[in-house]
Ligand binder design. Structure first.
Ligand code: NAI
Length: 780
């Protein structure tokens, strides 16, 4: 064979990795694993098999945890938590560092075990999964070390329940365990039933590292065990990675429980190739985007959008590359594509593709092993954007493709998805790439690259890809809570009906404020608002479901607000403050009359302060450049959430409304505000201020009426991106359950009071923004 022929055929000889060490480690552990609770393995019980999907061979037996096991794990975690947190950041850092070191020392054992258990190529387990898991522990050792200085007002949440999937078993464990431990929490983790073995090895490492008992507990089994964790009353936070369907179920199951929740769910991420892209590199990028881990990646670039002018040429190159992918034995170091995780997953992928009648499918020319869960790399072209294969997550080595003509059309097609996890843009023109990246609805955007990850860069989704970020200081924050404890919030009730006549003989009929206009409520009802002395202060409209819809529609019409500059938004907030200040006396009297208290003047003054503070932040709530080990930039941008519905504080009728509104609009969000239920007239006066302050129509919409009637429609509305509740009516459960529909973010008070005079707007700014990490690797 000549050198030329060798290059052309690219034939590789077999280069198998030995499984001897990993298999003997399994033998040493005995026939069946128990649970890892309170620092030791329990006796095995009713078991299920750990299967090598590449061969069908049984690797080990695992125990399906019982409710008693979960109870014991939670109790051990609870007992260990105060002492673990009490070790302080530097004490915890030592332990995290020890875990990182041991992961490094046993790197090859972890990699081989992962490959045996999951079917992923050893090259990926060895070069990506395991090093990234180590990096996560090192990075979080550092975050723990710095926590007391950097986050002096934050403390741990307590006990965290963590449920992870089978596509990156060890890496997802690291993503969950490292930040939780760094922040001072203890954990009960459940690996996926298909891939539990590296979690068992990690348990062994915890013992070797001398991690205090009960800090990490691992229970094994299927979704039923996951459900036990989710509903366990002894758990303070649930962190889940997996399917959108199960994520939605978890959102409903935890609604109203007060448990913190982060969800990292599915995706159908667009991979956009512009005509000026380096097409060969873009083809190579696609190999990493969709054939990495057999396409079983939540952020896989599974939807190719290629510009029409280069589509044919690109598809030819792509098919040629696909036919060169080496599919087969995952333990062979030359293998590109290994086995799918299980026979069920193989059947699911095959069924989805078989149901496709419309597209033209190219299956890579390759010799599939006779047995095992193998599926050939596949490309399906010519699909309509609405085709189920263009919309649904396949979670296998199957790429779907369509074309676009203009950049605007590319953005429209890319965003035509219920998901919003990741996106890739290929263009040699930096202006094109950086113009498109911010327009994509995605938590992560890669420019001329795919599937780059690092512990320092926030990762997470929008829409039905879930909420919350993992990685970076943002990821750590999701495992903390304020040190200050909040007091319970007593229901705030309206003044009883009096007998006096109207205070103001000239009727100033308050209305709803929708789309920059005053609007009568659709239902045609109003509610009398009385002063403490029994005088009639006014009639506030009672808004209903239709008014919520109108308000959301008006907010949708004001989408341009997100594209305005922080400078401009600051000017408008200063203008609102100025106009409020000019009418301070009038507002203060109104508040005193409604509440029967004498803090109106203080409330107005604090509202003016909050407007100034929000204006100050409008052009200073900056993103950051994440310090990733890569030649290039990973920029964590702060973007507005979109449309936020807020049930405003009952007890602080003006201040509560302003404190919710001002930070939200400062960052480019639009809001639908349900005013204080018992004291709504400060809000209906306030829209006159908005009217005279150059606030564009639809940016702020104000409704009045019972919170219990408005919460459900707001939380269930698919056009609303986040719902906040500061109401004194108990609505957390209803809101969180209704929000499961489109998995919108929620921020509810769980019956606890907020100090509306507190000048710190940062918690509001955090809730009003989303991180988007844009990766731009260097390279000429
Ligand atoms: P899954 O979402 O059912 O499993 C993920 C984890 O959740 C596992 O540990 C499982 O035991 C647990 N679980 C299942 N039901 C639960 C429940 N009711 N409460 C609490 N925990 C529960 O994913 P599955 O069925 O293995 O895969 C189905 C599809 O989900 C895949 O084809 C893929 O499309 C998607 N998927 C997406 C992932 C991602 O990272 N985005 C990861 C895994 C699956």
């Amino acid at each position: 064979m000549t050198v030329k022929e060798i290059f052309e055929t690219m034939e590789y000889g077999p280069a198998p990795e030995s499984a001897v060490e990993a298999l003997s480690w399994l033998v040493d552990q005995g026939d069946c694993f128990g649970q890892f609770i309170d620092g030791q393995f329990t006796d095995p019980g009713a078991s299920f098999d750990a299967i090598n999907p590449a061969t069908g061979e049984v690797l080990a037996h695992l125990t399906q945890a019982t409710a008693e096991d979960v109870d014991a794990a939670v109790a051990a975690a609870r007992k260990a938590q105060p002492k673990w947190e009490g070790l302080g950041g530097s004490g915890r850092a030592r332990h995290l560092y020890a875990l990182a070191r041991l992961l490094q020392k046993h790197a090859r054992l972890f990699a081989v075990l992962e490959t045996l258990d999951s079917g992923k190529p050893i090259r990926e387990a060895r070069d990506l999964d395991v090093p990234l898991a180590q990096r996560h522990f090192y990075y979080h050792a550092g975050l723990a070390q710095l926590m007391e200085v950097e986050l002096p007002d934050q403390r741990a949440l307590g006990v965290c329940g963590q449920i992870i999937p089978w596509n990156f078993p060890l890496l997802m464990l690291a993503w969950k365990v490292a930040p939780a431990l760094a922040a001072g929490n203890t954990v009960v983790l459940k690996p996926a039933e298909q891939t539990t073995l590296t979690a068992m090895l990690f348990a062994d490492i915890c013992r070797q590292a001398g991690l205090p008992k009960g800090v990490v507990n691992i229970v094994t089994g299927d979704g039923a065990v996951g459900e036990m964790i989710v509903t366990h009353p002894g758990i303070d936070k649930i962190a889940f990675t997996g399917s959108t369907e199960v994520g939605r179920r978890i959102r409903v199951a935890t609604a109203g429980s007060g448990k913190a929740l982060t969800l990292e769910l599915g995706g159908k991420s667009p991979y956009i190739v512009f005509e000026d892209a380096d097409l060969d590199s873009a083809v190579e990028g696609l190999v990493d985007a969709i054939w990495f881990n057999q396409g079983q990646v939540c952020c896989a670039g599974s939807r190719l959008l290629v510009q029409e002018s280069v589509a044919d040429r690109f598809h030819v190159k792509l098919r040629a590359r696909m036919d060169r992918l080496r599919v087969g034995d995952p333990l062979d170091k030359c293998t590109d594509v290994g086995a799918l995780v299980s026979a069920e997953q193989l059947a699911r992928v095959a069924d989805m593709v078989a149901a496709n009648g419309a597209g033209a499918a190219h299956r890579a020319i390759c010799d599939l092993p006779a047995a095992g869960c193998f599926y050939p790399p596949t490309l399906i072209t010519g699909l309509a954007p609405s085709d189920p294969l263009m919309q649904e997550e396949i979670f296998g080595p199957v790429l779907v493709s369509t074309t676009f003509r203009t950049p605007a059309e590319a953005v429209q097609l890319a965003n035509n998805s219920r998901y919003g996890l990741a996106a890739t843009v290929w263009s040699e023109n930096i202006s094109t790439a950086l113009d498109i990246a911010p327009k994509l609805v995605a938590g992560v955007v890669w420019v001329n690259a795919a599937n780059l990850f690092d512990a320092a860069a926030p990762f997470g989704g929008l829409r039905e890809s879930g909420f919350g970020r993992e990685g970076g200081s943002e990821g750590l924050a999701a495992y903390t809570q304020p040190r200050a404890t909040a007091k319970p919030l007593a229901p705030v009730v309206a003044m009883p009906a009096g007998r006096g006549g109207p205070v103001d003989p000239v009727d100033r009929t308050p209305k709803l404020y929708i789309g920059g206009k005053q609007a009568r409520p659709d239902g045609g009802y109003s509610q009398a608002i009385w002063s403490k002395a029994g005088a009639l202060l006014g009639q506030a409209p009672i808004a209903g479901r239709k008014d919520v819809r109108n308000a959301v529609e008006a907010a949708q019409g004001a989408a341009g607000w997100a594209g305005t500059t922080g400078h401009l938004r600051a000017q408008i907030l200063y203008y609102i403050a100025e106009n409020l200040s000019a009418r301070a006396g009038e507002f203060s009297h109104r508040i005193d009359a409604m509440t029967g208290k004498r803090h109106g003047a203080r409330e107005v003054e604090a509202a003016i302060q909050h407007l100034f503070t929000a204006a100050a932040w409008a052009d200073k709530w900056d993103g950051r450049t994440a310090n990733v080990p890569l030649r290039g930039l990973a920029v964590a941008l702060k973007e507005p959430v979109g449309i936020i519905g807020a049930l405003c504080a009952d007890e602080a009728p003006l201040l509560g409304l302003v404190k919710a509104m001002a930070p939200a609009i400062a960052l480019g969000n639009r809001v639908v505000l349900a005013a204080s239920e018992p004291f709504p007239l400060a809000a209906t006066d306030f829209y006159q201020i908005l009217d005279t302050s150059d606030v564009p129509a639809g940016v702020v919409n104000i409704l009045t009426g019972p919170h219990a009637d408005l919460a459900g429609p707001l939380a269930a509305h698919l056009g609303v991106d986040a719902v906040w509740s500061f109401s004194s009516t108990a609505l957390s459960a209803e809101i969180e359950a209704a929000a499961a529909g489109n998995l919108k973010r929620t921020w509810v008070n769980d019956g606890l009071a907020h100090d509306w005079f507190d000048a710190d707007l940062r918690p509001f700014l955090e809730q009003a923004s989303e991180e988007k990490t844009v990766w731009v690797p260097y390279g000429a």
